[in-house]
Ligand binder design. Structure first.
Ligand SMILES: Cc1cc2nc3c(=O)[nH]c(=O)nc-3n(C[C@H](O)[C@H](O)[C@H](O)COP(=O)(O)OP(=O)(O)OC[C@H]3O[C@@H](n4cnc5c(N)ncnc54)[C@H](O)[C@@H]3O)c2cc1C
Ligand code: FES
Length: 367
């Protein structure tokens, strides 16, 4: 459809790519590297637990992926991300194999709500659950608590496949040694070696319950909970905490991968579109209205980008909220909504990267 109001890319403020120069590459395990970047000018402004969006070109097309900062702005002189290989993954294998000090990578400014406010007066017990590469944002949070909150303590339950796959093992051991009264790290290995005497196997709800129930006997500590790892583990953590009556706002979770969004992309590529119809959607971006025609095999974001609208995005999986908009009218179906809190969903927020219009009057404003 011809669109008089369409806001072309060149008319819109281009996204602010920030070029970051790789300073150091550290091999953490056989399939994970940490990339430390030189500080840009001014210094990178981020909160512990937030992520960077890396922008690179593959197969002639600009692509983006989100990577959590594993560093703390209060402790580490240089910002860093840790990247674990995914079989056949474009970014994760490239970053593991082909990045060396001196290389410049474009990023978008840090984003994300997997964080909290740190204050020297806080007296909290932080319960952190991480699995695999899910340790990255947890590491930034953990280090920030240790340095900013002398009266707070931390318990970390960290799941890895085996001894060799434990990312940041040395750094964690050293932090425990220096903060023995405030930091406890419990490892759970799914496939440990014969000599392993710690927790092992699939992380059960019973183990999670035993881990968090220590909080019951500590009324003097405020509690806060962070979980980052596969959806199954985080669902179990949330279920156990809800069973214990923990308030929703005290539980933070971050997902790196959505099987539901992945399946929806696959289905769309194979023409399976679940009865969706082509509809026009009104998108308000930086105050200007555009009409975006969304076909059944596209998300609102994909349709907007293909019409040269400069819509914000990062993960394209419904997890990071970079593409969040507020629904002013109509109905939208989301393939995934893990990135949104129940309050945001109730308030009418939608994620354009996984959103499809269900009615003809969909109007979304992107702030
Ligand atoms: C907020 C956020 C923070 C993140 N932080 C980190 C981080 O700190 N460290 C890190 O290593 N990753 C992190 N990720 C994941 C990262 O963004 C990429 O998704 C991941 O590196 C795979 O990208 P790729 O280009 O290598 O794979 P792709 O080329 O995108 O995918 C290749 C294939 O693998 C599948 N796939 C992708 N990821 C997974 C998975 N996890 N499990 C199973 N199948 C998968 C894809 O569907 C596809 O079929 C984060 C994601 C989000 C949303
Ligand atoms: S781009 Fe991450 S939720 Fe849409």
């Amino acid at each position: 459809m011809f669109n008089l109001f369409k806001k072309k890319k060149e008319e819109v403020k281009a996204p602010q790519f920030l070029p970051l120069k790789v300073r150091e590459v550290v091999k953490e395990t056989e399939d994970t590297v940490t990339l430390y970047f030189e500080q840009p000018e001014p210094f990178l402004d981020y909160k512990p637990g937030q992520f960077l969006t890396l922008v690179m070109e593959f197969e002639g097309k600009e692509q983006r992926r989100s990577y959590s900062l594993c560093t703390s702005p209060y402790v580490d002189p240089f910002p860093g991300i840790s990247v674990k290989r995914v079989p056949n993954g474009k970014f994760s294998n490239f970053l593991n194999e082909r990045v060396f000090p001196g290389k410049t990578i474009n990023v978008l400014k840090p984003l994300g709500n997997f964080t909290t406010d740190f204050h020297s007066k806080n007296k909290k017990h932080f319960f952190l659950v991480a699995a695999g590469s899910g340790i990255t944002p947890i590491m930034g949070i953990l280090k920030s608590v240790l340095v900013n909150e002398p009266n707070s303590k931390i318990s970390l339950l960290y799941c890895s496949r085996n001894e060799k796959q434990i990312i940041f093992k040395k750094e964690l051991d050293s932090l425990v040694e220096k903060n023995a009264d405030r930091l406890e790290v419990i490892h759970n290995l799914s496939q440990p070696g014969a000599a392993w005497s710690g927790l092992c196997g699939r992380l059960s709800k019973e183990t999670i319950f035993e881990f968090v129930q220590k909080a019951e006997s500590e009324p003097e500590f405020e509690k806060e909970y962070f979980a980052c790892g596969p959806e199954g583990i985080m669902d179990n953590v949330e279920e156990v905490l809800e069973g214990l009556g923990v308030a929703r706002e005290k539980i933070h979770r971050e997902s790196f991968y959505s099987a539901a969004a992945d399946k929806a992309h696959e289905d769309a590529a194979h023409g399976i579109t679940g009865g969706l119809l082509t509809r026009d959607v009104t998108v308000i971006l930086e105050g200007e209205e555009s009409i975006v025609t969304v076909s059944p095999d596209k998300t609102i974001l994909e349709a907007g980008l293909s019409q040269d609208l400069n819509m914000p995005y990062s993960c394209q999986s419904g997890l990071c909220t970079a593409c969040r908009g507020k629904l002013l009218s109509g109905k939208v179906k989301m393939d995934e909504d893990a990135g949104l809190s129940p309050n945001e969903i109730e308030a009418g927020y939608v994620l354009c990267c996984v959103g499809h219009p269900l009615t003809d009057d969909v109007k979304i404003t992107i702030e």
